[in-house]
Design a protein around this ligand. Sequence first.
Ligand code: USQ
Length: 391
Amino acid sequence: MRICILGGDGYLGWPTAMHFSLRGHEVVAVDSMIKRHWATMVGVAPLEPTPFLQDRAAHWYKKTGKLIDVVVDDITANPGLLHQIFRDYQPDVIIHYAEQPSAPYSMMNQEAAIHTQQNNIIGNLNVMFAMRDNCPQAHLIKLGTMGEYGTPNIDIEEGWIEIEHKGRKDRMLYPKKAHSLYHLSKVADSNNLEFGCRIWNLAVTDLNQGVVYGTDTPEMDNDPELRTSFHYDDIFGTVLNRFVVQAAIGNPLTVYGTGGQTRGYLNIRDTLQCVELAALHPAKAGEFRVFNQFTEQFSILDLAQKVQKVSLQYHLDTTINHLPNPREEMEQHYYHAIHTGLPELGLRPCPLTDDVIAHMLECAIRAKESIRSVGLLPRVTWKHGMDERRV
Ligand code: USQ
């Protein structure tokens, strides 16, 4: 397949590029590098330096003889870009990760909220129009999020729900109660894409992904030149990635509130499996297909206790600190999200075992010297935004 990966420099984008490239697909990775800029703006950096995308692609070519084409440009700021790429390249599959991915970033202040929604929603519209005009037969795999649904007091279906109202029935997009203005940008994307499928016959899979964790994938092969950007800070670090880094330097684990918040989680290796399964089993023309992409669900306290237990093996005396919750979210709630679509296509999950946590912890201990204190504690509250004193 000819695969175009938008957001190819990111935590998920680069591993996805290597995964498909190794399996013999033609890959072009597009990225504006803006996430590196956002990270600098909020004073954070990945655990270890992440080589530039062009350098990683060059190293990959030297090592495997496989070419990953790189385009450095902005799909949101330059609406003509994707028209040109899709016209010339004629992708079979477009994988769209190129969005501002952080809920706290979107809640920092008015400017960051508007930038998040503009960047994400306009970028996604640019993808839709470029597909319609240049490769209407391609399959778009779009990264959505489980956080679009929030935590409703009813079962969460996979994107769609049958509703009976006053004696009549219809199949509707599942109602959303998103966690943040970032998550709301993805709600808007989902609505726009469903419209594109209905009106222009586009074929789209929306992957409503849970919280991802993990330091590496097999293609990285412990090679620092091929590593991905692993964030552990308050803005771009996801919770389990944060906890292992906090444990590695003997800091308390920052559980927000009681820690009863329950979410779906998956290993970064399973992200790759899921995206590959979606690509190999495409949505049909006109179909807006949604998968809930996670493998297990945990509360925050469950995760903290797992990290605490494993850290004992490394003689780390890890404590759990219940901080006042900087977010507005339910801490005790019902959570039952259907996630059968991807297992039906063949997903075989890597569960979160003690060994998986131990491996992450070893990576964090190895890179201990480079861990920064900025962002170990949360700086953004949903009520008041970024606390500038902590920048
Ligand atoms: N949390 C803590 N302590 C921390 C950090 C987070 O208790 O130090 C809690 C949060 O309050 C929240 C949960 O952990 O209840 C998850 O937070 P997170 O920062 O790991 O994840 P979230 O903000 O939801 O966003 C992340 C990714 C985002 C993706 C989303 C999937 O950054 O791109 O869309 O996970 S999901 O959560 O399923 O919507």
